[in-house]
Design a protein around this ligand. Structure first.
Ligand code: FES
Length: 123
């Protein structure tokens, strides 16, 4: 599912997923060859995203989508409900629920503090 390094030129319409982090050495990225679950990619890359329930219950894994929202599938009902309870910011997703699609572009995201995200303050 993950190609190390840049996408080979002959593969088209593959997204790059970038997990931002405060420390440069903790930034993780991968070019993915097909759609999939962010949680699986985060686990595979050991990205700086905290998880707890992994079932859209706790909000621990809330992330800000900095770039590339169009490459994510729409939130399922459970994710949409919890995001609304956490302030309803349009730029947030639950990393344990969100799925990315095949397509050309970049998805850039970073973990938020679950308590901070509840304020509803957009950056
Ligand atoms: S880990 Fe609990 S909502 Fe994602």
């Amino acid at each position: 599912m993950v190609a190390a390094g840049p996408a080979p030129r002959y593969i088209r319409d593959v997204p790059k997923i970038i997990f931002e982090a405060s420390l440069p050495e903790r930034i993780k990225e991968a070019t993915v060859l097909q759609g999939g679950a962010l949680v699986d990619l985060a686990d595979e890359l050991r990205a700086a995203v905290p998880f707890s329930c992994r079932s859209a219950t706790c909000g621990t894994c809330i992330c800000q989508i900095i770039e590339g929202r169009h490459l994510l599938e729409e939130p399922n009902d459970d994710e949409a409900e919890l995001l609304e309870l956490m302030g309803g910011r349009s730029d947030t997703r639950l990393c344990c629920q969100a799925r990315f699609m095949a397509g050309d572009g970049v998805v850039r995201l970073r973990a938020l503090d679950a308590a901070t995200s509840r304020s509803g303050d957009d950056d």
